[in-house]
Design a protein around this ligand. Structure first.
Ligand SMILES: *[C@@H]1O[C@H](CO)[C@@H](O)[C@H](O)[C@H]1NC(C)=O
Ligand SMILES: *[C@@H]1O[C@H](CO)[C@@H](O)[C@H](O)[C@H]1NC(C)=O
Ligand SMILES: *[C@@H]1O[C@H](CO)[C@@H](O)[C@H](O)[C@H]1NC(C)=O
Ligand SMILES: [Cu+2]
Length: 161
């Protein structure tokens, strides 16, 4: 039955959408380099466990070092364990909390090659862009929840049939 297949497709599409991870290109088109502002880049982004960061740069010109908060403040390279230097470094944000990354080459860190982000526990169901102060967001939210319940009921009924 076509409608059954359609409902199954809708159901799994909703699951996929709600668990979709985001891959962030650090610096967007600028990539990982001296002269970009990574505080500004990270400013209005929300990172969740399961998202990934990709650092793109010319191999040999830069690298990526995960550091502690104090080392980050002072651009210290006291622990170079886990240094990444492929030029296309993908980091999986596996745990929540603050993460600090710097470039460990020359004085690049003090010149601004440093990124701090805060990773949150779980990604919520994505919502369309909202206008602050409007009640539309909660309407959409309850509409989506209703859709979820309908989809779940439909699949449950099929499983019984
Ligand atoms: C980077 O951007 C942040 C936030 O917009 C700003 O406060 C800071 O001064 C900028 N840093 C540089 C080096 O321009
Ligand atoms: C972040 O969002 C605030 C509030 O909407 C805005 O004023 C600010 O310019 C944004 N910053 C960046 C770097 O996009
Ligand atoms: C050095 O860094 C590695 C990887 O980030 C970490 O596992 C290790 O605990 C650190 N060592 C010290 C002494 O901080
Ligand atoms: Cu560098």
């Amino acid at each position: 039955m076509a409608s059954k297949a359609f409902l199954i497709a809708v159901f799994f599409a909703m699951i996929a959408a709600s668990t979709m991870a985001t891959n962030y290109m650090v610096g967007d088109n600028a990539g990982w380099k001296v002269g970009a502002n990574y505080t500004e880049w990270a400013a209005n982004k929300t990172f969740y466990v399961g998202d990934t960061l990709t650092f793109m740069y010319n191999k040999g010109s830069h690298n990526v070092l995960k550091v502690s908060g104090p080392d980050f403040q002072q651009c210290l390279k006291s622990n170079t364990t886990g240094l990444l230097d492929t030029g296309n470094d993908v980091i999986n944000l596996a745990k929540p909390g603050k993460k600090w990354y710097i470039c460990a080459i020359a004085d690049h860190c003090t010149k601004g090659m440093k990124l701090v982000i805060n990773v949150l526990e779980a990604a919520p169901t994505p919502l369309p862009p909202q206008t602050p102060g409007s009640s539309r967001a909660s309407e959409i939210s309850s509409f989506k929840s209703f859709g979820w319940i309908l989809a779940a009921l439909a699949v449950f009924k099929m499983m019984l049939a």
